[in-house]
Ligand binder design. Structure first.
Ligand code: NAD
Length: 261
């Protein structure tokens, strides 16, 4: 796209008062559902992905069909350099990020006694460092415009623990402390920071689980079913909206009643 066209698009967006959301790891799963839900609500969406572009490109096509702007941006959000380049590209081509969804995440499960150092550090980098880098980049613009929404995707296992996931649970619990601290820092500036903690959600991440584990998990869910990415996306859309203006530093479990803590 030429500079002139990009500038015209940015101007049109500002005139219409449309907001821009950045969703990390949005090529598939929960991130994809979040991006689509925000698009349905009329937000433009910057779609971050790190591996295959195909999912992100298809998602942008679906978002454009909803009448909002969408662009795909490749970046490994576990790397500070990638994140600053990501925000630079988004700012230049779409404008200032007003809604940030820290969704990207990985698992590297192992019992603590066997856990290798890189299984620990990779998960910390992808799930927790990424939120620090992205939120730090986004917050300045949000404070400047006196409006912003940050939503971190944690997990109920970050609240209650899970054997074989000490690394993952540490990052998800870390996100809660991170969000609450940022919420306190920026509440007076019109910026809210909240956490959505999904339970057992049907995605590629849980698709890899063995059948006996899946049925054992199902028995612990009062709602009697696994969650869908859309269940999570609806909660994120609330935190991303004006409706949640007076709600900050909160953790909302979307788990069919599994934990109730
Ligand atoms: P998923 O594996 O389907 O999707 C995760 C996405 O994040 C992928 O597209 C992946 O490429 C991307 N990603 C990973 N590392 C990245 C990086 N460094 N940079 C950029 N993108 C990166 O998993 P999902 O189930 O959709 O999970 C999304 C989020 O929800 C994760 O944070 C996960 O921990 C959390 N969560 C999932 C469940 C569940 O049951 N599926 C439950 C609780 C929390």
């Amino acid at each position: 796209m030429t500079d002139k066209l990009e500038k015209a698009e940015k101007r049109e967006k500002m005139e219409k008062g449309r907001r821009l959301a950045l969703v990390t790891g949005a090529g598939r799963g929960i991130g994809r559902a979040i991006a689509l839900k925000l698009g349905e609500k009329g937000l433009d969406v910057a779609v971050n992905y790190n591996n295959s572009a195909a999912g992100a490109v298809e998602l942008c096509r679906e978002l454009s069909a909803l009448g909002v702007s969408a662009k795909a941006f490749k970046a490994d959000v576990s790397k500070a350099g990638d994140v600053s380049a990501l925000f630079k590209s988004v700012e230049e081509s779409m404008g200032t990020v007003q809604v940030l969804v820290n969704n990207a995440g990985i698992t590297r499960d192992n019992l603590l006694m066997r856990m290798k150092e890189e299984e620990w550090t990779d998960v910390i980098a992808a799930n927790l460092n990424s939120a620090f880098y992205c939120t730090k980049e986004a917050i300045r613009g949000m404070v400047k415009s006196r409006w912003g929404r940050v939503v971190c995707i944690a997990s109920v296992v970050g609240l209650v623990g899970n054997p074989g996931q000490a690394n993952y649970c540490a990052t998800k619990a870390g996100l809660v402390g991170f969000a609450k601290s940022a919420a306190r820092e920026y509440a007076a500036k019109g910026v809210t920071v909240n956490v959505v903690a999904p339970g057992f959600i049907e995605t590629d991440m849980t698709g890899a689980l063995k059948e006996n584990l899946r049925s054992a998990m199902l028995q612990q869910i009062p709602a009697g079913r696994m969650g869908s990415p859309e269940d999570v996306a609806r909660a994120v859309a609330f935190f991303a909206s004006d409706e949640s203006e007076y709600v900050t530093g909160q953790v909302l479990a979307v788990d069919g009643g599994m934990t109730m803590c």
